[in-house]
Structure formats: structure tokens, C-alpha cells
Design a protein around this ligand. Structure first.
Ligand code: COA
Length: 611
């Protein structure tokens, strides 16, 4: 009966899946029947999500107790991981690498500088005047300080911090809204926090996109979510790009309902204005807190009331904390000050009835090679990139890697490793995705799916499609096309969590097979040296005719392929520095794993309704 409910399902095992540069030159389930598996596991199914096509959603949690049971996962089952001693991968840098390494390093330093400049820009929010208005006149706490009060610590994963920079309608720092995943009382939660210093926290198109992406992250990884609402609603001059379409503002509220029905708890803190559309965020959350004197909720503010009825009314009387906590019931908790609101929210999170995973006392092995070397390994030019094993050896525990099909389809590297104790399958480009490489990729992805092992894609794809100059070449390209198609199918349908890091190029069809954004990885990050475009700059000459056209297209590709152009438009979850990759991956794996400890094994059919 249980199996009938599943279209495709898999399980994540509950047991443990669980600096600048010192160049070290040569000193150096697909299981259709879950009932046969014992113990508690997370079971997922592929549904056509209203959010973004197909999402893998946990269907139910099982223990070896009746399926209908919805009790907590209180029975702690201690299990041991199979011992492994994967071989140590050779990550030594040799003199022969020096030339490419140094060229990469020069490029990485320039990219890192740009990264730091972007960081500085976003830390200023809406600028000095807006900060003064927010803190001195409006007596509100700045958004990053709010997060400090809400979260356990500052060790959170901020998503797409540079989104909103370099857009046709200007620089919108952090897209006017901070999103990410941080711990509240030890539990990873998504946060979506407006920054009212950026045009009163109003929603630009990029703000809406960022909020929706955070909700998708919450759904895909089943994370409780907290909204810190301080927004003047839609940024009116761009209303046509915010309101009417399916993935515009209204989707936020649609998602809130769907998330609640999926049993993803959502809490809102009204710590500023919640005007017009923004008013629905707290009213559709499962629990809401409002801060006295600064929190207001109304569809139309005092000026609108005056225009319509001639009546003068204060924001507080129209939709303040007292009104909504004592009269309308739109919110559930009254907080006299902001600090109290975040304490209250932390207490609400404690009522979610989650159980935290046991602390793992075993210390993961650090890579044998210096992670700072990654700056010189980050490919600048596709033609001169080094063996991707050098990168893998700086990411995995003890630089260990159990390679799969080492002698076949060598332009693709596949194999098993651990990252801070979490077992993963790694798929990394080591050249063009040939016919054999694609077949190998399909095989390996399916293998990981069978074994419930999360996949890490290290993407550096070919800068242009394979050319067809002869019949033999045409045949070989057709075979490659078919094999790449198979790999795309394997990746699209693999029900295990997937994380993609673009370490070099993200171009054309090969990028799909390497789990690009359209293939719904749980997280996708770019290194600052990454280039994202259909074909790389300098490779358009076979597609356009005149010198002038070639120059024009190449200039366009040069500008548009930059990692910062890409992340500004929110085509990824953020730019990360190469030397931070292991930490970020480890954090993502812990976040993904949390869903195994969720309270409920039953899917609720309706969202919580505020009646
Ligand atoms: N669209 C575009 N810009 C807006 C805006 C909106 N809906 N709401 C505010 N802004 C801009 C203001 O013009 C101002 O711009 P500036 O910094 O270039 O001068 C900035 O945001 C801050 O607004 P301000 O009113 O000076 O700050 P505040 O802290 O006193 O108030 C709000 C902030 C959001 C409470 C208040 O501006 C407001 O009520 N706005 C209207 C909200 C509304 O009716 N929304 C309906 C949308 S459908």
C-alpha cells in the first residue's frame, strides 16, 4: 500500500552520510519498496511542484513501526558506518603546473578583489541616510543585527548576497532582502529578512525572485522558515514586473500555503511596515509576532484612508501591534521590543517538536593538501586547466577518493569521498563531456541514486559545442548527444540531494548534464572565476559572419558571462571563494540531512488556516 503511494522514492540513510596562497610546488533508490528497509529514513517522492517543476519532497518518515504512525522520532538508533579507507588521491603540485597555476592565481586574485568590493557594497545596505532614518528616526534595528538576535550564532549560510547588484534598474544591495539558512536553538531554519534601508524594504523584481528562491530552498530541504517583515510592499515604478506573472509577488503567498500543507512551519515577525501584499506574509504564516510601535499591518496605509474617507488615522491605530494582537487576531504574539520578538520566535521554534541529530564526536580528517591552493587551481582558461583531481584532493576528508571507472571516459572524474564525514558522490569535469564520459556520468549518478548518496557536481564545461566537419564527426557528435541526453535524464531523475559548484565554465548543453540551475540542484554556487554563458567569449566566430558581429558578440559574452553578472541576477545561490568550498559544502550537507529529524511522518493535506 505504501509503495503504491510512491512514484519514485529513495531514502537517505539516517546514519552518518554524513588561506592567500601557499603554492605547495613539489615540496611536494531508487527503491520502489521502502518497507524492506529497516530503521528510520527520509523518503522522498518526485512531485510536480507548483514551485519549480519537480521537487523532491519527503513523503513520509518511516521506522519499523506502522506507516500510519505519526509519533516523533524518539527512538535513537545507533548504527555504525561501514569502515572505509579510500585511497589518498595525488594532489601534489609539480613544477610543470607552475605556469598555469600562476595564471589562474593572478585571475583569482582579481576575482577575489571584486568579491570583496561587492561584499563591502552590500554591507552598507541602503546607505548612510537610509540607515540613519531606519535607526534614529524609525527606531528599528538593522537587518544584520536582527539576525544576530534571532540566530544562535553568525555561522549561517547566506544565499545570493550579491543578488541585485548591477541590474538595469540599478544596484539593489542584497536585493533589498537577506535570505539564508541559520540555526535557531540548534535547528537549521531558512530566514527571509527585508532590509528596509533599501527603499523602505519595497519589493523589486529581484527581491521577489530572491524570496521565492529561499522558499524553494525551504521546500526542497524541508526547512522551517522565519520571515522578518519590514516592507512597503511593491516597488511601484516596476509593478508590472512584480505583480502579474506566475513567479511574481503572489507566488510568495501561494508558497506559504503549500509549505504549510507540506508541514514546513513558518513564523513571521512583523518588525516594520507590512503594507499591501506584504500584509499577507504574516497573516499566512503559521504563527506571527508583532513588535509594538514599529510593526504595522494594513492593505492601505493612513494616506490611502485619508484619500478615500477623509479620516485621519495613525498607523498604530490602523494596523499596529495592539490592534492585531488584541482585536483582529492577525498575529499571535505581542512583543514590546524587537529583542523580545526574536526571543519569542526562538521559543516558537522550540515548539516545533523536532529532535536534533546526536552530536558526532568523531573528528573528520582534513584534506592533506592546502585548501588555499584552490585559488591557483580555479581554472581561468579552459584550454589550460589542470587535472580536476588536484581540486578534489583539497576538498575531501584526508584527500581520499574512491574513484569509479578511472580508466574509462576520463574527461569526467567520478567517485566516492567524504566531506566532513558526509559520504558523497563526486562528478567533476576533467575535459569535454565525450560519449564515454557521459555514459560513465549516467552510470555513476544512478549508482549514487541507488545507494542514497548525495551528489556533488564540480562543473567546468566546454566553452562551445562540438563542431561537425565531416560525416564521421557528425556520427560521433550524434552519439555524444545521445549519451549526454542520457546523463541529463539520470541527473534530472536522481532523487538524491545534489549540490553544484561551478569551478570554471558553465556553458551550453554540457552544463545541464552537470546539474546546472535548470536541473534543480538543492544548492548551486559559483567560484568568482566562473563564467556562465551559452558559449564562452572568444568562441562565437563559427556562429556569426562578420568581424564586427564577432567583436560585438564576444564583448557581450565577456560582460554577461562573469560570475558577478550571473549572481546579480540570481541564477545561483551565491559566489563562494574557492578556499571556502569545503566549509560551504559541509554546511549544505548538514542542512540537507536535518530533514531526517523532522517531527512528522504524515503529510498534511491542507495548510494551516487563520480563521
Ligand atoms: N514604491 C517605490 N518607492 C517607495 C515605496 C513604494 N511602494 N515606498 C517607499 N518608497 C521609497 C520612498 O520614496 C523613499 O525613497 P528615497 O529614499 O529615494 O527618498 C524610500 O522608499 C523610503 O521611504 P520613506 O517613506 O522615506 O521611509 P519611511 O521609513 O518613513 O517609510 C514606508 C517607509 C515603506 C513605511 C513608507 O514609505 C510607505 O508607507 N510607503 C508606501 C507603501 C505602500 O503604500 N505600498 C503599496 C505598494 S502596492
Amino acid at each position: 500500500m505504501y509503495c503504491c503511494m510512491l512514484s519514485r522514492s529513495f531514502h537517505i540513510k539516517r546514519n552518518k552520510l554524513i588561506q592567500l596562497t601557499r603554492a605547495s610546488f613539489s615540496q611536494n533508490p531508487q527503491s520502489w519498496d521502502t518497507s524492506s528497509k529497516l530503521f528510520s529514513r527520509t523518503t522522498y517522492r518526485c512531485t510536480h511542484s507548483p514551485v519549480s517543476g519537480s521537487l523532491w519532497q519527503p513523503l513520509t518518515h518511516r521506522t519499523h513501526q506502522p506507516a500510519a504512525s505519526s509519533c516523533c522520532m524518539s527512538s535513537t538508533v545507533h548504527r555504525r558506518r561501514l569502515p572505509s579507507a579510500f585511497p589518498v588521491i595525488d594532489g601534489e603540485l609539480h613544477p610543470v603546473h607552475r605556469h598555469v597555476y600562476e595564471a589562474n592565481l593572478r585571475n583569482s586574485l582579481i576575482c577575489q578583489q571584486k568579491y570583496l568590493e561587492h561584499k563591502e557594497k552590500i554591507m552598507k545596505g541602503g546607505g548612510e541616510n537610509a540607515i540613519a532614518r531606519h535607526t534614529l528616526r524609525n527606531r528599528k534595528v538593522l537587518v544584520r543585527d536582527r539576525l544576530r538576535m534571532l540566530l544562535d550564532d553568525e555561522d549561517y549560510l547566506e544565499l545570493s548576497p550579491f543578488a541585485g547588484l548591477g541590474l538595469p534598474y540599478g544596484d539593489i544591495p542584497s536585493a533589498g532582502c537577506l535570505t539564508g539558512i541559520g540555526k535557531i536553538n540548534g535547528l537549521w531554519c531558512v530566514f527571509i529578512a527585508n532590509d528596509a534601508t533599501v527603499k523602505g524594504g519595497t519589493a523589486y523584481p529581484i527581491t521577489v525572485k530572491k524570496q521565492l528562491r529561499a522558499q524553494v530552498v525551504a521546500m526542497q530541504n524541508r526547512l522551517p522558515s522565519v520571515y522578518l517583515v519590514d516592507s512597503g510592499g511593491a516597488f511601484l515604478p516596476l509593478q508590472s514586473e512584480i505583480f502579474p506573472d506566475s513567479n511574481h509577488g503572489g507566488r510568495t503567498f501561494f508558497n506559504e500555503a503549500v509549505m504549510s500543507a507540506m508541514k514546513i512551519p513558518q513564523v513571521a515577525v512583523v518588525c516594520g511596515s507590512c503594507t499591501a501584499g506584504g500584509a499577507y506574509v504574516p497573516t499566512m504564516s503559521e504563527e506571527a509576532v508583532i513588535v509594538h510601535r514599529i510593526g504595522t499591518i494594513f492593505l492601505g496605509g493612513p494616506p490611502l484612508v485619508k484619500a478615500a474617507t477623509g479620516e485621519e488615522v495613525s498607523p498604530e491605530d490602523l494596523g499596529g501591534a495592539r490592534l492585531h494582537s488584541e482585536v483582529s487576531g492577525c498575529v499571535d504574539h505581542f512583543a514590546a521590543a524587537e529583542i523580545e520578538a526574536y526571543e519569542c520566535t526562538r521559543n516558537i521554534i522550540s515548539t516545533l517538536n523536532y529532535e536534533l541529530p546526536e552530536e558526532d564526536s568523531t573528528q573528520a580528517e582534513e584534506p592533506l593538501y592546502n585548501v588555499d591552493d584552490l585559488m591557483g587551481l580555479a581554472p581561468h582558461c579552459y584550454n589550460h586547466s589542470m587535472d580536476v583531481r588536484l581540486i578534489v584532493s583539497r576538498l575531501t576528508d584526508g584527500s581520499r577518493f574512491q574513484e569509479f571507472k578511472a580508466r574509462y571516459g576520463t574527461p569526467l572524474l567520478t567517485g566516492f569521498a567524504r566531506i566532513e564525514g558526509h559520504q558523497v558522490g563526486i562528478v567533476a569535469n576533467n575535459g569535454e563531456l565525450t560519449y564515454e564520459a557521459s555514459l560513465k556520468g549516467s552510470h555513476f549518478v544512478q549508482l549514487c541514486d541507488q545507494r542514497d548518496i548525495p551528489l556533488i557536481f564540480l562543473q567546468n564545461t566546454a566553452p562551445e559545442p562540438a563542431h561537425t566537419f565531416s560525416q564521421t564527426k557528425a556520427e560521433s557528435n550524434t552519439n555524444r548527444l545521445k549519451a549526454q541526453g542520457s546523463m541529463m535524464s539520470a541527473v534530472a531523475c536522481a532523487s538524491v540531494p545534489k549540490i553544484t559548484v561551478v569551478i570554471g565554465g558553465c556553458h551550453g548543453g554540457e552544463s545541464y548534464a552537470m546539474c546546472g540551475r535548470a536541473f534543480d540542484p538543492n544548492f548551486l554556487f559559483l567560484w568568482p572565476n566562473a563564467r556562465v554563458s551559452i558559449l564562452a567569449p572568444g568562441h562565437s566566430d563559427t556562429f556569426v559572419q562578420t568581424e564586427e558581429e564577432i567583436t560585438q558578440i564576444n564583448e557581450m559574452l565577456e560582460e554577461e558571462s562573469s560570475a558577478f553578472f550571473s549572481t546579480g541576477r540570481l541564477w545561483d545561490d551565491g559566489v563562494i571563494l574557492p578556499q571556502d568550498t569545503r566549509k560551504v559544502l559541509s554546511k549544505c550537507l548538514k542542512i540537507i540531512k536535518q530533514q531526517e529529524y523532522q517531527m512528522s511522518r504524515e503529510k498534511m493535506r491542507t495548510p494551516l488556516l487563520r480563521l
